[in-house]
Ligand binder design. Structure first.
Ligand code: TV7
Ligand code: CA
Ligand code: ZN
Length: 395
């Protein structure tokens, strides 16, 4: 009814796993896989599936997971008995035995955990394969983006690093991959995985405070191990931010930094993690970004005209996640100016979208906006530092 048609000259694919969305981390846990169902419902009520190739993903195989993860970790992940009461590892008396950081409150052992993980990874690996074989130019995997997982360790709600698996696929057919992470948290797992290669450059924008904000890494000077023989030196870029950053500041930073990186590094593919916890009003986030500013990052990357995978990630206020990811799906298709701002009447769970619009104002979201602790001077310094790092890269 909105006349959403396939984009001319390129293909967008949408990789989902309805099974994954049914899993629960526990009553009070911030991560709600159901936000993916809410996203898909909004995407569908705007008619966007008509303009894309839609895939229901298979779970990733053990062999695929092993391309990054250690087998003893995977075996434990597959066999550890689920716990009905998540343990409180913040409290040593109640901690019990925790292996591979599995079974604490951040990374609980819930029912169906291995299926959940392999399905999330499946969406990202499938997305990467579609990019590699040229069947897709922009591949969307909102169920992926779990950037904290390590080779042998769960961390920060992430068990399997689907992004690393996806990038490893891309590296089979593209010489250089640029990883960009706009989740409010530092993309530490992806950064670390590619610390020693110059074929992947990682860039994370995040709230940074070493003592009070997870995971505490990603300072401006953390640019990868600076040993003489490490080709990956200078290929980790970090953009540490304070509370309250606005759309205007963020877009300026994003474009100055990604534009310069594109010139120097000349990526042949982009992996963009779109964590929606950087939006204003997120349960865990601290920024003042709106759906427009978040989406502007996707739009800027798309304009570079390079094959791209778009991953999900964090996002703890489901209605905001669904709005942002539906808007970003429309940007991928190029129909963002055709769809009405008003949430369609027939959208399932429409009552969740209070304010009835894709683009609520800051006042609608927050009442009182959060104080902005990012000075123009500091943002200038960050851009300056990144430009200096790039002198060591490419050309
Ligand atoms: C990608 N922040 C993941 C972001 C991972 C953040 C954390 C929580 C949290 C966990 C809960 C919960 C919570 C309200 C918030 C040092 C600790 C402090 C657990 C209570 N409520 C992504 C991970 C971060 C779990 N972890 O980037 C169950 O907040 O700060 C920490 C670590 C130890 C564990 N405790 C918190 O967005 C997907 N966790 C309620 C119930
Ligand atoms: Ca980030
Ligand atoms: Zn996050």
């Amino acid at each position: 009814e909105y006349n959403i048609v396939r984009p001319k000259g390129y293909t967008v694919s949408y990789h989902a796993s309805p099974e994954m969305e049914k899993h629960h981390f526990g009553q009070t846990h911030p991560m709600k896989p159901w936000r993916l169902t809410l996203t898909k419902s909004l995407v569908t009520s705007y008619g966007m599936p008509f303009a894309m190739d839609n895939y229901n993903t298979r779970p990733a195989t053990y062999e695929e997971l092993k391309s990054f993860h250690a087998s003893d970790y995977l075996d434990y992940l597959a066999t550890a008995p689920p716990e009905d009461q998540p343990r409180d590892i913040d409290n040593p008396e109640k901690a019990g035995e925790v292996k591979f950081n599995l079974g604490g409150s951040d990374c609980p052992l819930f029912h169906g955990l291995y299926d959940y993980c392999s399905m999330s990874a499946g969406t990202s690996v499938d997305a990467a394969r579609k990019i590699c074989n040229g069947q897709s130019d922009i591949a969307i995997a909102w169920g992926g983006g779990l950037h904290h997982a390590k080779r042998s360790e769960a961390s920060g709600f992430c068990y399997i690093n689907d992004i690393v698996l996806g990038i490893l696929q891309l590296l089979r057919c593209y010489p250089r991959v640029l990883y960009i992470d706009i989740d409010v948290h530092h993309g530490d797992g992806v950064e670390e995985a590619f610390f020693s290669t110059d074929r992947v450059m990682t860039v994370s924008f995040h709230k940074y405070h070493p003592d009070t904000f997870f995971p505490g890494t990603g300072g401006l000077d953390d640019n990868g191990p600076k040993s003489e023989h490490n080709p990956g030196a200078h290929h980790a870029i970090n953009v540490p931010l304070n509370d309250g950053i606005t759309d205007e500041q963020y877009s300026w930073l994003f474009e100055s930094i990604i534009g310069k990186i594109n010139e120097h590094f000349r990526p042949s593919a982009i992996a963009l993690q779109c964590g929606a916890d950087s939006l204003a009003g997120d349960r865990l986030g601290r920024f003042n970004l709106q759906v427009q500013g978040h989406g502007a990052c996707v739009e800027y990357c798309k304009k570079l005209g390079i094959p791209m995978i778009i991953f999900g990630g964090g996002g703890y206020t489901p209605r905001n996640v669904a709005r942002a990811w539906a808007h970003e799906t429309s940007i991928a298709i190029g129909c963002q100016n055709k769809i009405p701002e008003e949430i369609p009447q027939h959208t399932p769970w429409r009552e969740h979208f209070i304010h009835d619009t894709l683009f609520p104002t800051l006042e609608q979201i927050l009442g009182e906006p959060r104080a902005n602790r990012n000075t123009p001077k500091r943002l200038q310094e960050i851009v300056q530092h990144v430009h200096e790092q790039l002198r060591f890269v490419g050309h």
